[in-house]
Design a protein. Structure first.
Length: 253
C-alpha cells in the first residue's frame, strides 16, 4: 500500500528496495566507489576552464575574425583583459528576466500532467509536459515583438558578449545553490548521492555530478527538467534567428 510523502508518491521501503534490486542485482542506491584522482582532475577542469574556453573563442572571433594566432599574438603584448566581454548590468537584467519568464511558462503554461519513473527511494514524481507550447509561444512572441519594433531581432547577437557573462554568473550560482540545497533542505533526502570519501578533493567529484536526484521547489518545479529543457534549448533557435537577423541588417545597409 503506497503512502504520500512530501511532493511525490512514495512506496514502502521494502517495495522500493525490491524495485532497485530487481533492476540492478547486487546494487544499492548511492556512490560506492572512490573516483580516481585523474577523474577528479578532469571534473575540476570542466568546471573551471570550459567557460574560459568559450570566452577565448568569442574574443578571437569578435576581435580577430576567429584567428587564434592573431589573438594570442596581441594578447601577449596588450593583455587578455582588453579583449574580454564587458560586464553589462542591463544584459544581466535581460538574462534574469528571461529565466523568470521561462520559469513562469514552465509552471503555468497549460500542458499534460504525467508521471516519471519510480526513483531509487520509491518516489513517483509528477511533471507538466508543456515544453513545445512554451517553445512556440516564445518564438511567436519574439517575432511579433521584433515586427512591432519593441526590440530588434538582432538583440541577442548585439549583446552576445554580455550574455556570456550573464549565463556563467547564473550557471555557477545555480550549481553552488543546488549543492547547498542538497545538504540542508533536500526535496527527498533518501534520493541523494554523497561521496564515499569525506575528503575535500572528493567533494569536487560530488559537486560536479550533483547530490540530489530530483531537486525541486514545490510539487512540480523540477530543477533538472527546467534547466535542461527551457532557458538553453528554447534559446538555441532564438540565437540562430538573432544572428541571421544581424547578418541581414549588415548586408542590407
Amino acid at each position: 500500500m503506497s503512502t504520500k510523502k512530501q511532493n511525490g508518491t512514495k512506496k514502502t521501503q521494502n517495495d522500493a528496495k525490491k524495485d532497485v534490486s530487481e533492476k540492478e542485482p547486487g546494487k544499492v542506491w548511492g556512490r560506492e566507489y572512490n573516483p580516481s584522482l585523474l577523474n577528479i582532475f578532469f571534473c575540476a577542469c570542466i568546471v573551471l576552464f570550459c567557460p574560459l574556453l568559450v570566452i577565448f573563442f568569442w574574443s578571437s572571433c569578435t576581435h580577430f575574425q576567429c584567428s587564434i594566432y592573431d589573438y594570442v599574438l596581441h594578447v601577449g603584448t596588450v593583455g587578455f583583459v582588453a579583449y574580454l566581454p564587458k560586464f553589462d548590468p542591463f544584459v544581466i537584467l535581460m538574462y534574469f528576466g528571461w529565466i523568470v519568464f521561462q520559469g513562469l511558462l514552465f509552471g503555468y503554461m497549460p500542458g499534460r500532467l504525467t508521471k516519471g519513473q519510480i526513483t531509487p527511494a520509491g518516489y513517483e514524481l509528477s511533471y507538466i509536459v508543456n515544453g513545445l507550447n512554451a517553445y512556440i509561444f516564445t518564438h511567436v512572441l519574439f517575432g511579433v515583438g521584433g515586427y512591432l519594433g519593441l526590440w530588434k531581432l538582432s538583440l541577442i547577437h548585439n549583446y552576445w558578449g554580455g550574455f556570456l557573462i550573464a549565463v556563467n554568473i547564473y550557471g555557477y550560482s545555480l550549481s553552488f545553490f543546488s549543492y547547498f540545497k542538497a545538504h540542508y533542505f533536500p526535496t527527498h533526502s533518501e534520493d541523494r548521492k554523497f561521496a564515499v570519501n569525506p575528503s575535500f578533493i572528493y567533494k569536487i567529484h560530488e559537486f560536479y555530478f550533483g547530490i540530489e536526484l530530483n531537486p525541486r521547489f514545490g510539487k512540480l518545479f523540477d530543477f533538472k527538467l527546467f534547466h535542461n529543457g527551457r532557458p538553453g534549448i528554447i534559446a538555441w533557435t532564438l540565437i540562430d534567428l538573432s544572428f541571421a537577423a544581424a547578418q541581414y541588417e549588415k548586408l542590407d545597409m
